[in-house]
Design a protein around this ligand. Structure first.
Ligand SMILES: *Cc1c(COP(=O)(O)O)cnc(C)c1O
Length: 525
């Protein structure tokens, strides 16, 4: 009995069993713990004063914190009245080149610096006029949930606590949304880049078994396939996995930006003939340049026939399943083996909140799970819980991304989130109509989802449109970005932010025309 305190060796099943018999009544546990608690008080007086990092004066902290909250709510409430983006003044960056502060500062003064030096120079994505890259706008609800999560400071690697159940709840929701079976597993990750990486690793396990974790992969032995329009993170995933991007076949796209299936079939056949093993098809559900969705059903048929893994990069597109008019475009997504997507894009959850979901979760587990003593899954106490996210991905310490996502679904409801996605696609169609209605503008790609690629017509359009986009971004009202469509520079408006309205699109057209005319005819913009 003397050795009750800390006697249970970590991961030592014999001691654990002994403790179970000792602690078989809770009043007895309490008595023992109380005796232990009295023990150190006298001898270590110099260690027992309050030297924690908590506030000395909680009331001052409370007042400061309320000010910070109010300021941030005010910022979100008045986003439209502020510049979308502005470049940092010359010399400004040097403020962030100070030595490590050894001495304390007031919370309020540090907050003042945030308000003056950081907040005005943000990336612009919360602003209604932001349509540059595929980035979500975030919501006030997500912001507040993130604060709650930080207060709780949960570590979602594993063990037995309610935050883990929240993450599982989200998994069940998205599993049902895309039509995956109950065998499916999935976890939050930073973003689709890492989710694509995990997809490649799980596909490798599917092809070669978990032994590939130890042996690695022989260069050139297994091959993957993706379209010319897929996201760069697919290439990186191949690089990071050690399989190598030389083993990634880039399949040409058709006029609407979708992978050409006959070319895929031919490429697979050529690799088989050369003795290689095709192990993965990485499809896109919403390409980043023009919003194309690969023929997921057709790809599922090919993957089935060829016994290859079908991974879908649905970074923003997959959540289109929430929108009744977008979901049919994603037909076949439920037949994928794994899906990578982000809640921080169309889901409007604040950064970051990516997700990887795998149809047969046991293969995901086989790819990552291991059992060092300090990660022993117990049957009782804090190390219990039968589902530990650290078994399904590379991260051990993990933040509570699920909470801001749970709050977003709970507070807004999936119907409203789906309606937002529908509205973004309708706005994109309207923007395309405005472009087509104007002889000075030219639509460069069909609008299939939420992305519109166009340009100001000119004899030398590429440099002109590059200049227009830079001028628009520095104007701070409406911000598209650049991409290339069939080698031609395009102004790309990706409508991902729930705050974007028709007037922002009108402003985009108006300002593009003014800048284009000024450059072409010397009219003043
Ligand atoms: C944004 C995006 C990615 C990368 O996702 P992150 O969350 O930024 O890592 C991958 N694929 C597509 C199609 C994307 O739009």
């Amino acid at each position: 009995m003397k050795r009750t305190r800390g006697a249970s060796g970590c991961g030592d099943p014999h001691n654990r069993l002994a403790d179970v018999t000792i602690f078989n009544s809770s009043s007895r546990i309490l008595r023992i713990l109380q005796r232990i608690d009295r023990y150190p008080a006298q001898r270590h007086r110099h260690l027992s004063s309050n030297e924690s990092l908590d506030p000395e004066d909680w009331e001052t902290f409370r007042a400061d914190a309320h000010t910070m909250l109010d300021d941030m709510i005010g910022y979100l409430q008045h986003l439209r009245d502020q510049p979308l983006w502005k470049p940092m003044p010359v010399g400004f960056r040097e403020r962030f080149d100070a030595p490590l502060p050894a001495t304390p500062s007031d919370l309020a003064s540090v907050h003042r610096r945030f308000m003056d030096e950081i907040l005005p120079y943000g990336g612009g994505n919360p602003h209604p006029g932001f349509m540059g890259w595929v980035q979500g706008g975030g919501t006030p609800v997500g912001m507040i949930a993130e604060m709650l999560a930080a207060g709780l400071n949960a570590n979602l690697g594993g063990r037995d606590h309610a935050p883990i159940e929240v993450e599982r709840q989200i998994l069940r929701w998205v599993r049902d949304l895309v039509g995956f079976p109950e065998t499916a597993q999935g976890i939050f990750v930073t973003g689709t880049s890492i989710a694509n990486f995990i997809g490649v690793l799980v596909a490798r396990t599917h092809a070669l078994g978990a032994t590939a974790r130890r042996t690695g992969v022989l260069a050139g032995s297994i091959t993957a396939y993706t379209s010319a329009a897929s996201h760069e993170s697919v290439t990186r995933a191949m690089e990071m996995s050690g399989i190598g991007s030389d083993a990634l076949r880039v399949i040409p796209i058709d006029d609407s930006g979708r992978m050409q299936l006959p070319a895929l079939v031919a490429s697979i056949a050529a690799d088989r003939a050369a003795g290689r093993v095709p192990f993965l098809i990485a499809a896109s559900a919403g390409t980043v340049d023009i919003g194309a969705i690969d023929d997921l059903s057709g790809l599922a048929d090919i993957a089935e026939r060829e016994q290859t893994w079908l991974h879908v990069d649905g970074a923003y597109g997959a959540l289109g399943m929430l929108a009744p008019d977008v979901a049919p475009l994603l037909h076949g997504i439920g037949r994928a083996d794994s899906i990578a997507f982000d809640f921080h894009k169309w889901g409007q959850v604040p950064y970051d909140a990516g997700f990887i979901m795998v149809r047969d979760g046991s293969i995901q587990r086989d790819t990552f799970a291991s059992s060092p003593a300090y990660l022993t899954h117990d049957t009782r106490g804090m190390a219990a819980g039968d589902w530990w996210p650290c078994d399904y991905g590379p991260d051990l310490s993990r933040s509570f991304r699920a909470l801001k996502t749970w709050f977003t679904f709970m507070v807004y409801g999936s119907d409203a989130l789906g309606a937002t996605i529908s509205r973004m696609c309708a706005l994109a169609r309207e923007l395309a109509r405005m472009v087509e209605a104007n002889a000075e503008l030219e639509l460069l790609a069909p609008v299939q989802l939420n992305i519109v690629c166009f340009r100001y017509r000119s004899d030398d359009p590429n440099p002109l449109n590059i200049r227009i986009v830079a001028d628009l971004q520095e104007g701070g009202v409406v911000a598209p970005s650049l991409t290339r469509v069939r080698g031609e520079v395009a102004i790309r408006a990706a409508i991902v932010n729930h705050r974007t309205e028709l007037r922002d699109l009108q402003s985009l057209i108006r300002n593009t025309l003014a800048l284009g005319r000024a450059a072409e005819h010397g009219e003043s913009a």
